[in-house]
Design a protein around this ligand. Structure first.
Ligand SMILES: [Zn+2]
Length: 576
């Protein structure tokens, strides 16, 4: 492999990525993404089209206040219109008004577009290209030309496509980015066309691919191997139709597989969090199977694979997930064997203390629960709790006493609402009664549970449910069928899944809710390395004092676990 060649990363998530039909970012979102991209080490951030809307104009104003360390901000626009001098063209003026160090303009290179879309002569277009670049070069440090439809244009009229890029090269453009705008080309075509373009102009070349043939990443790699020095794309492949080339995969492939340098090596491991941030701000569920950064990307389920990775992770993994900031996961299922259980217990840091009888017991319990319809795929947290309970290590943070849920509907044309009343016994032995209204019974119950527990455990304030799935298990049993509820929760730092099962959807949801809360509290206990306390110096504490005592870091008394009474009516282990 040759010495690491540097590849410029040009991110257009904030412009082309926002062409996705389901992506809409506020100015604040865009600024946050820009900061993350700068930290990752991308070289260019295309902020938008200053002429197209007020939001993009606001972004260009605000971005100047951020002190970006590495990335240069680019403003995007199109070549001047026909029959207008560049200096008098409104869109070019708007690009200049963004006052960015880089301008990127898109122009025609496919004769079909010149004739049919612009309806001008082929020569007039060459003048427009030359004139636009020459004008911008007088006012902006760096000018990039996006050669729209270059590969399609080259396929039908190679001489004209090359004449177009020669026109911008003559005008002094800094880089010509060849675009597969319709996303219809395949890697071998990209390669051959790149070579022809390289022979025709001395300017550095870049590549901008769309994913309509699902090879945008492969096309980008082919172009880099044929000499492209700049890659344009978006985080997670957001973009119009099937999206743009996914920069996350491109950066990982170029850097880890081919030895190019795209970002600083120590920043590669922030790829996963960059991907997640963009999903979160765009309010789009992360793609489970996304290469490199998806949750399933390094998830192993079959027992054979799990025993393989325990001997050597390379047996079933193409890279170490940590290199891109991802984690290895092992899921449990009816396919699981001892290897999966052992892997899990090791992951939770208890393997050293497990006897083989305990492992067998755990495996038996798991198989029994799965026979009943529980699944621990996507419910790692419930499994961890099951394991701790089997080992006698689980401690419940409150005792369940009772709940009541009622649904009210008052008018045919109005949505019903639900109210939940919940009684629990807190860690201080006090019984409290809390009620809450919700848009459905589970929502009401969830609110009442939080209301009851937040005084004791303020960290629950940050926890929220992010996904709730109900699946009917017994086909043909009609409304008497059992349902399985999977809940995904987050506290902003981690995500975890829990499961509940019952013929009553509220009860199944309750089980999953309880596990979710218990898991969060269990992790908090481990994190603070402070044993949970219910009294200090023998004094019983109420919730507020308890919270205060925790934050003061006072030593707790050793108090017996509250026991498992709240699970007696419905926890996974007890219920089944
Ligand atoms: Zn594009």
């Amino acid at each position: 492999m040759a010495a690491a060649r540097k590849i410029q990363i040009y991110d257009t998530t904030l412009r082309d990525g926002c062409q996705s039909e389901d992506v809409s970012l506020t100015v604040e979102d865009k600024l946050q993404i820009a900061e993350r991209l700068d930290d990752l080490g991308v070289h260019y951030i295309e902020g938008g089209w200053p002429g197209s809307n007020e939001r993009d104009a606001a972004f260009f104003r605000e971005i100047k206040r951020l002190k970006l360390r590495r990335a240069k901000v680019a403003a995007f626009g199109a070549t001047r219109r026909a029959n207008v001098r560049a200096a008098a063209d409104r869109n070019l003026q708007l690009i200049l008004s963004a006052a960015t160090p880089v301008a990127c303009v898109v122009g025609k290179t496919w004769d079909l577009h010149v004739r049919e879309a612009l309806r001008i002569s082929l020569n007039s277009n060459l003048e427009i290209l030359h004139d636009t670049i020459a004008y911008l070069k007088k006012h902006v440090d760096e000018v990039i030309f996006d050669a729209e439809h270059f590969f399609d244009g080259y396929a039908v009229n190679p001489d004209y496509a090359l004449a177009c890029i020669k026109a911008v090269a003559d005008a002094g453009v800094d880089l010509i980015c060849l675009c597969d705008t319709n996303g219809g080309r395949l890697p071998h075509e990209i390669e051959a066309t790149m070579q022809a373009a390289t022979a025709a102009v001395a300017s550095p070349l870049g590549i901008h691919c769309h994913n309509d043939s699902e090879v945008a990443v492969a096309n980008t790699i082919a172009a880099v191997r044929s000499g492209a020095v700049q890659v344009q794309g978006t985080i997670n492949g957001f973009g119009e139709r099937c999206g743009n080339a996914n920069l996350v995969s491109i950066i990982a492939n170029l850097q880890l597989k081919l030895g190019y340098e795209c970002v600083l090596p120590e920043k590669l491991k922030t790829l996963q969090e960059t991907s997640m941030l963009v999903y979160e701000l765009a309010n789009i569920t992360p793609h489970l199977r996304q290469p490199y950064v998806g949750r399933a990307a390094f998830t192993h389920k079959a027992g054979l694979h799990v025993s393989g990775i325990q001997r050597n992770v390379r047996t079933y993994e193409h890279i170490d997930p940590a290199q891109v900031g991802n984690d290895r996961h092992v899921v449990l299922s009816e396919l699981s064997g001892r290897a999966n259980i052992l892997y899990k217990t090791r992951e939770f840091g208890v393997d050293a203390e497990l006897s083989s009888a305990q492992i067998e017991a755990l495996l038996e319990e798991l198989k029994r629960l799965e026979g009943l319809g529980y699944t621990f795929d996507g419910a790692d947290a419930s499994f961890e709790l099951l394991m701790l309970r089997t080992l006698g290590r689980a401690r419940d943070h409150f005792n369940f006493v009772s709940f009541r849920v009622f649904d009210d509907k008052w008018h045919e044309d109005q949505a019903p609402f639900s109210e939940a009343v919940l009684i629990i016994e807190g860690p201080d032995g006090q019984r409290t009664r809390n009620s809450a209204i919700g848009n459905g019974p589970v929502n009401a119950l969830d609110s009442a549970l939080r209301r009851a527990l937040i005084p004791y455990y303020p960290s629950l304030e940050r926890m929220q449910l992010v996904d709730y799935k109900v699946r009917v298990l017994d086909d043909g049993a009609g409304t008497a069928a059992r349902v399985r509820v999977l809940i995904e929760s987050t506290d902003g730092e981690r995500r975890w899944g829990t499961v509940g099962l019952s013929s009553n959807v509220v009860e199944a949801s309750w089980q999953a809710l309880i596990d979710s809360v218990e898991f969060k509290l269990h992790k908090d206990d481990l994190k603070s390395r402070v044993r949970p306390r219910t009294s200090i110096n023998g004094r019983k504490l109420n919730g507020a004092k308890l919270a205060e005592a925790r934050s003061n870091g006072a030593k707790p008394d050793e108090t017996p676990s509250p026991g498992r009474s709240h699970r007696a009516n419905g926890g996974a282990a007890a219920k089944a």
